[in-house]
Design a protein around this ligand. Structure first.
Ligand code: GCU
Length: 660
């Protein structure tokens, strides 16, 4: 276990005072129990931040310049922050609100913004804001690109100061739920819900509780078989039900802060209710009914598809699977079940349409799942700031109702008036010293939390906050790092797979180019390129996937003319000679974007190099080394993709550039 780690954006280094110091001479807490663990965390954090950034020691006093008080009228996780006549007042509806308000105060100080006249009224948009870890108990992390797990080591649960700092980082951006283990629950992890691990698990849950974070675990759906010694996991079997009743009672007796469980069933080799001829709703509801008296919830993933399916009939389509498997049972899921839906219908590609299940389901609690871990977006070697992508997802209009029909409305509960909703990210942390492998990848962890709390924040605002908190307030650093982060997703898209077709990755690894690659390509390539064109016909003539959307989205995607061009190849099989709105042919677009992508990486590198004197050497070197690998990766993608399509189509580059 590596035992050195940074404070990331909570480094609390010295800041210009900007008149802020005076407020923290004396501090009062009214209406909150100062013995409460979350209140204590808030006070500890305040002290630490003020000491580090302003070199002052706040003193508790009855008549104070910084007053924290309870306001029952506010949302339990909301707060207001106001300043009048030299007194700063943080009013919060509950302990979490108080903690988030303190982090807002510290953020403003870190950004060297004056608190004078401040007037903020904040409450989280998404009720649940969760981090999903894919950590395995043998230390490894499925799709982890920043070292090994800091939760598990050699099949033991690890709780130490790093766990505390992690909880602080998460809470500072408004996270209120964490799943500590991989959705693929194998071997030892099945035993997390047994006496073998309860004591340690409870200790870890307590660390998160101190920061207002509910504790969740991924569950092996077939636990009755794996650890119960039974031979069935049929959700309607009374013996299975009674086993779970005892098990869940035992879990709550041992782990009071347990929020519930996350389940991946019937997918990629995982067991599930389909084995017994039962539905996903049968499985989810069985667990939900049992956990309900404890206030727990069951988060059930919709990533259910048959990875071995034969699609040569051009009707079978993996993209259809989520919707086809879940739509019919809309309304059958019990109140404490949440369906967790990946942002796209495939699997976290650099460009995918929004899953038609989001908003397709009209009577079911929904939670959006995004991937901050850069499985298909550069492994935290390549810079890929994901907020622009997440914003597109949140702002997508589903037409599921007359108003409040965007994805952000569905997951905030505005559409259906429900509270068991939210957002989850497969997170990108590991035991690397800087937590996220590439230092710049921390912007995605930071940004995910901030966006879940306030879905209206822009990608720019989030990037700027993160840069100021992490690197300080030097305008040149802000400008250059913004210039690197903001276009980085578009750049990555340019040098990898074009116009929404996705994949083309090295099988299993998912980093680096392999045009015909990807492990589930047994029945043909995912891009369906031939000598005339490329893309998958998902219109009514093809797999019919486009029709899974509400109108007018269905018609928009169904027609090649109205389909947004960035998704053209996802929805249509298009000739290389097809002329795009830019006036370029499809093949020329492929060539041009691949050359441009590499040039843009070169520019990013130059921007980073211009900051050499202003960035701590360790961070500078870390990012530089990764940029070197990103450039190699981008060149390889460019050359492989361009030469592949040149050979397939026989059409040369109009600009006569060398295609290898
Ligand atoms: C992808 C990923 C797997 C993961 C799966 C999931 O397929 O490659 O590692 O288990 O998604 O989300 O369950």
């Amino acid at each position: 276990m590596k035992n050195e780690w940074t404070q990331a954006w909570l480094a609390y280094e010295k800041r210009e005072e900007k008149g802020n110091g005076a407020y923290f001479a004396s501090v009062a807490v009214n209406g909150f129990d100062t013995e409460n663990v979350v209140v204590q965390s808030a006070l500890k954090e305040l002290k630490k931040g003020i000491k580090g950034m302003l070199d002052a020691e706040p003193m508790m006093a009855d008549k104070a310049t910084f007053v924290m008080k309870k306001d029952f009228a506010l949302n339990a996780e909301g707060y207001t922050l106001t300043e009048t006549d030299g007194v700063l007042t943080l009013a919060a509806g509950g302990e979490n609100g108080l903690l988030y308000g303190v982090f807002e105060v510290l953020r403003r100080i870190a950004m060297e913004k004056s608190l004078q006249g401040v007037s903020v009224n904040a409450a989280p948009d998404c009720p649940l804001r969760m981090l999903n870890h894919w950590d395995n108990m043998d230390n490894s992390i499925e799709r982890g690109y920043s070292g090994e797990s800091f939760f598990f080591e050699d099949n033991e649960v690890v709780v130490n100061d790093r766990t505390v700092d992690y909880a602080r980082l998460a809470a500072s951006v408004g996270i209120n739920g964490v799943v500590i283990n991989n959705v693929n629950v194998k071997q030892a992890a099945s035993y997390l819900i047994t006496d073998r691990y309860y004591a340690k698990v409870a200790e870890m849950a307590k660390v998160f509780a101190d920061y207002g974070i509910k504790f969740f675990m991924s569950l092996n759906y077939a636990s009755t078989i794996e650890i119960g010694g039974m031979n069935s996991a049929d959700p309607l079997d009374p013996e299975v039900i009674s086993w779970w009743e005892k098990k869940i009672a035992e879990c709550y007796a041992n782990i009071p802060n347990l929020g519930g469980f996350l389940v991946k069933a019937d997918s990629e080799g995982r067991p599930g209710p389909f084995t017994y001829g039962r539905t996903q709703a049968d499985g989810a509801n069985m667990l939900a009914d049992i956990i309900k008296p404890y206030g727990g919830i069951i988060i059930w993933r919709c990533f259910v598809y048959n990875c071995q399916q034969d699609w040569r009939d051009y009707k079978t389509d993996r993209a259809r699977a989520g919707y086809d498997n879940f739509i019919e049972m809309d309304g059958d899921y019990h109140e404490n079940v949440i369906l967790q839906i990946k942002n796209g219908p495939m699997d976290f590609q650099i460009r995918e349409p929004i899953s038609p299940l989001l908003g397709g389901l009209k009577k079911t609690n929904q939670m959006l799942e995004v991937q901050v871990a850069q499985e298909y977006t550069g492994h935290q070697i390549d810079v890929c700031y994901l907020m622009p992508m997440f914003k597109e997802v949140l702002d997508f209009k589903t037409y599921c109702s007359e108003k409040n029909d965007c994805v952000k409305d569905i997951i905030s509960g505005k559409t259906l008036g429900n509270t068991n909703t939210g957002i989850a990210a497969v997170i990108n942390t590991g035991n690397d010293k800087n937590w996220t492998g590439n230092d710049l990848a921390a912007a995605n962890f930071y940004g995910f939390g901030r966006l879940g709390f306030d879905t209206e924040l822009s990608s720019e605002e989030i990037a700027e906050e993160w840069i100021r908190l992490t690197f300080g307030n030097d305008p040149q650093v802000i400008e250059k790092v913004m210039g690197i982060l903001l276009p980085s997703r578009a750049t990555y898209e340019k040098y990898t797979s074009p116009l929404g077709i996705g994949w083309m990755v090295t099988p299993h690894v998912h980093y680096g180019c392999s045009v015909d690659g990807y492990e589930y390509s047994r029945w043909g390539t995912y891009h369906r390129a031939d000598h005339l064109g490329i893309g998958v016909d998902r219109s009514h003539n093809g797999t019919g996937y486009a029709l899974q959307y509400h109108e007018p989205n269905a018609s928009m995607y169904d027609s090649m003319e109205t389909c947004p061009e960035e998704l053209l190849l996802f929805f249509h099989h298009v000739p290389y000679t097809y002329v795009l709105k830019s006036g370029k042919t499809l093949i020329q677009h492929i060539y041009d974007t691949h050359f441009e992508g590499v040039e843009e990486v070169e520019k990013m590198i130059a921007a980073w190099e211009s900051l050499k004197e202003k960035i701590a050497p360790e961070v500078y070197d870390n990012v530089s080394e990764r940029f070197g690998r990103q450039l190699t990766n981008a060149r390889e993608w460019r050359d492989q993709v361009n030469s592949y399509f040149y050979r397939k189509s026989g059409i040369p580059d109009e600009k006569g550039r060398q295609i290898w």
